[in-house]
Design a protein around this ligand. Sequence first.
Ligand code: VGL
Ligand code: ZN
Length: 221
Amino acid sequence: MAEQIVIDPERDILGLIDVQPTFMPGGELPVPDGSAVVAAINRLLAGPFAHAFATQDWHPRGHLSFASAHPGKLPYDTIEMPYGAQTLWPDHAVQGSEGAAIHHGIDPARIEVVVRKGFRKTVDSYSAFFENDRATPTGLDGYLRARGFTRIFLAGIATDFCVGYSAEDAARLGYSVCVIEEACRGIGIPLPDGRTTLDTSRERLTAKGVRFISASALAGV
Ligand code: VGL
Ligand code: ZN
């Protein structure tokens, strides 16, 4: 039998990244099959994890990651910001909008903290830990450390953006990190070399020690 991972309920936490209707079919920045994460996540929440955190992408109107804020630019174009390259997006996850809520189908019982990100108009924030300047903290690291968590299991949207950057930062901060494949969906922007952002993010993360696992590897799911 394949390796089974046994969850330690007091040291392991499930992180739900941007499980928001804005990123699902019918939303403003729809990720293919994005709604499928809801059922997969509820199975994890009903299973071995005792604790979960969630993130919410939470942008003010006119956020500088929106293509609409840059005349002549289109969604998925790239521009240079003071902190580096920034992909431009359709307007999405606007503070207080229905699409920015955590999907109402997610069982909220075990979500003990919600971290909002991307609320500064001039800086985007993909990661649950740092804004896209890779330096401004969201506070989540302090929270998780104070609670004694050492291993983070990630689920949500988008595998190649907010889940990926969260995983990378978590590994850099010293956590052991697993991405649960069935509980994530990605965008997959085509790149000039024929690969997509899903290919490059997986490669980058694997090199940093992040593991991509199946939910079936978790004992008790
Ligand atoms: C995301 C693009 C823009 C994500 C958020 O949740 O992956 N992607 N904002
Ligand atoms: Zn966003």
